[in-house]
Design a protein around this ligand. Structure first.
Ligand SMILES: [Zn+2]
Length: 239
């Protein structure tokens, strides 16, 4: 069984679905994307996404008109294989079309662009052997890899933050996508441990400091860098 958290962008609520790997993802129509396909190479028994991403999938799949092979999609922050600002950690990204010819990928990229439902479709020169598209939050809500988060925030980026905090072993509520008092306390613990202003807000520029000091081992460093990119500059966003 896999716990699938889905952020409902319309109601600002987190929904929880207990599903089997062969079940379709919530809000996916026609069984075109299973839990197994979306979880892809992750082994996590908890995964997350939002309704925007699932509906963007539906639109893209309908426009394409046939199956879309998913090589990677959801990824936990501690599972490696992605850069530390990856939108895959937020559960809103897809890497697809690995089984197509270069010409087929060009067509799929064009389809994903033309449907107009994705925040970002990666150009071929960056990822020639797959097609990356994602439903990241765009400016002005998020001018960065991840948006600024504070108590009261909800959604997939809160899941990413909670995953990061638990990976560096700071006690937290677990992963529920709701930035409540316990998550704020965990953030303040992280900030104190790293000599930062303990304001409980993730995304202040000073959170970048521990990355610069580079005093973590590699795994913790990746998480620290991810935390540092909430609300950070957009120049180095990874996909
Ligand atoms: Zn990707």
């Amino acid at each position: 069984m896999v716990n699938v958290l889905v952020f409902n962008n319309a109601t600002n609520g987190m929904e929880r679905h207990a599903l089997q790997l062969h079940n379709p993802m919530p809000y996916v129509t026609g069984g075109t994307l299973t839990v197994r396909e979306f979880r892809a190479r992750s082994n996590s028994n908890i995964i997350w996404t939002d309704i925007r991403a699932m509906r963007a999938w539906n639109t893209t799949r309908a426009a394409w008109g046939r199956g879309i092979y998913v090589g990677a999609a959801f990824k936990r922050i501690g599972e490696g294989g992605h850069a530390n600002q990856s939108q895959h950690y937020a559960g809103v990204s897809f890497d697809v079309g690995q089984n197509l010819t270069a010409h087929g990928r060009t067509q799929l990229r064009a389809t994903a662009t033309n449907v107009g439902v994705w925040s970002y479709v990666e150009p071929a020169y960056l990822t020639p052997t797959w097609v990356h598209f994602d439903a990241r939050l765009g400016p002005p809500a998020c001018a960065a890899g991840y948006p600024l988060l504070r108590e009261g925030s909800r959604g997939v980026y809160v899941c990413t933050l909670q995953d990061a905090l638990s990976t560096v072993r700071i006690p937290n509520v677990g992963i529920d996508g709701v930035f409540g008092p316990m998550t704020r306390n965990a953030v303040m613990t992280y900030q104190r441990q790293n000599g930062l202003s303990a304001d409980g807000v993730v995304g202040d520029a000073d959170i970048i400091e521990p990355t610069r000091r580079n005093r973590y081992n590699s795994r913790v460093s990746e998480v620290g860098q991810a935390i540092s990119h909430f609300g950070a500059d957009s120049a180095n966003v990874k996909n």
